[in-house]
Design a protein around this ligand. Structure first.
Ligand code: NAD
Length: 430
């Protein structure tokens, strides 16, 4: 098996030392349940035909139907999708959601496609995987470079195929098509609750905490805004084109408005309004990761902090809003250097939690207010963060290993409930 997935599974190996789990359950969790690779033919606007490679992986469904986002990115591969599906399995268990883990993706640069080509591709993806998914089998959600409109097309296409409106097959839909209030901000809001639960344990208050955020998309821009609003000093943000820095703090709402208008924060490089009102410095994406801040929030893609740059990281706390932004090798070094890393499977789990709320609302037909959604989200995020913190303190392990231990206890219990080696041989459930 190739490296990203092997790397992902090293986290599992590390955590296994701290749990008592049957060998059957361990073996079970090492392999994805099912992986589907499809080719999607799309008629392009100029009349030509292009074939896109796409994937859907259902990693484990012991705790419930699988759930996971769909990514549109040039680097999407089967291996990446398997790793992301593996993380989803643990994330759903960390938050005690009645779901297993899945993920999907299409290998493409979405910026090169017109809106109509994107719609044809998104509907083609559903045509290709319709027999592999369903509200009680596997449901989809947004991820990198997919949004609520794309989720709406996907739900619509599935409903056309099944000849019945099936909103619960996709979450993260537009509100008017059965989406949940608060889903668009859920990943960031969940991360915010984790940060607000953890930092006071270190006597860190918003006004004396500096923050850098890598990635200014759905997750990154919202977490930057929530922290800014709560009084934290967000000094640097970046997107795929570069980073900006101001040691006095950036005006995040203006940058969000600016980015929405101009599509890239590069436009801010001393041409735009924000530069005119502050002495903003331009940094590279790599430089953003190594600036001297209290809190670093990777919110872009995986493998951003690796053996290459791990010795240069100066942040004291890292909250992983992206999936897998730190390689397994770098993880060990950061720990040895006393940097507190809070893992993706907890920090960004607000997204799947509100996706679960959306699925529940779609199935019951009863819709919640934004206040209800956020109150339930807060309760879950704070409760699970405290439990993971407790495990980490008691067993003297990193928050990441503690999160895996927490998830493994739940996954192990579910896998064992179907019978273990001991049960069949000795009549004991162990
Ligand atoms: P998005 O497409 O909305 O945004 C991605 C952002 O990252 C964009 O601003 C892009 O310009 C930027 N980016 C890409 N490469 C970069 C680089 N090298 N340096 C700096 N910035 C770069 O995606 P998103 O939904 O915000 O997802 C971001 C991360 O959060 C992913 O790892 C995703 O898996 C994770 N995540 C998202 C959700 C969700 O609900 N959206 C939930 C859980 C986890």
């Amino acid at each position: 098996m190739s490296s990203l997935f092997t790397d992902a599974k090293q986290r599992l190996e590390r955590a296994l030392k701290y749990v008592s789990m049957s060998e059957d359950a361990i073996e079970h969790l090492k392999y994805p349940k099912a992986s589907l690779t499809v080719s999607i033919p799309v008629r392009m606007d100029n009349g030509s035909l292009r074939i896109f490679q796409a994937f859907r992986v259902r990693y484990d469904d012991t705790r419930g139907p699988t759930k996971g986002g769909v990514r549109y990115h040039p680097n999407v591969s089967l291996e990446e999708v398997q790793s992301l599906a593996f993380w989803m399995t643990f994330k759903c268990a960390v938050l005690n959601l009645p779901f297993g883990g899945a993920k999907g993706g299409i290998t493409l640069n979405p910026k090169e496609l017109s809106r109509m080509e994107l719609e044809r591709l998104s509907r083609g993806y559903i045509d290709a995987i319709a027999d592999f998914i369903g509200p009680d089998v596997d449901s989809l959600a947004p991820d990198v470079y997919t949004n609520s409109m794309i989720m709406g097309w996907m739900m619509d296409q599935y409903s056309i195929i099944r000849r019945q409106i099936t909103p619960a097959v996709v979450t993260g839909k537009p509100i008017s098509m059965g989406g949940s209030l608060g889903r668009d901000t859920a990943t960031a809001t969940g991360a915010f609750y984790v940060i607000e639960t953890i930092l006071p344990k270190f006597q860190k208050l918003p006004q004396n905490t500096t923050v850098a955020v890598q990635g200014f998309g759905n997750a990154g821009a919202w977490i930057a805004e929530l922290l800014f609003t709560a009084g934290y000093k967000v000094v640097a943000v970046s997107d795929s084109q570069g980073a900006i820095y101001n040691k006095k703090g950036l005006d995040i709402p203006s940058i969000r408005n600016f980015k929405e208008f101009h599509r890239g924060i590069r436009e801010l490089y001393c041409k735009g309004t924000v530069c005119n009102i502050s002495d903003t410095e331009v940094l590279t994406n790599q430089e953003l990761l190594t600036i001297d801040v209290d809190v670093l929030i990777p919110a872009a893609l995986e493998n951003q902090i690796t053996e290459e740059n791990m010795d240069n990281i100066k942040a004291k706390f890292i909250f992983e809003v992206a999936n897998g932004p730190i390689s397994s090798a770098a993880d060990e070094t950061l720990k040895a250097r006393g940097i507190h890393v809070f893992p993706d499977i907890l920090v960004n789990a607000g997204g799947v939690t509100v996706s679960y709320f959306e699925w529940v609302q779609n199935r019951s037909g009863l819709y919640w207010t934004l206040a209800e959604v956020n109150q339930r989200l807060k309760q879950k995020m704070v409760e699970e963060t405290e439990q993971i913190w407790e495990i980490a303190q008691q067993q003297n392990i990193s928050p990441r290993t503690a999160a895996y231990v927490h998830a493994l206890n739940r996954l192990g219990e579910a896998i064992n409930a179907k019978g273990t080696r001991d049960y069949y041989i000795n009549g004991q459930m162990k």
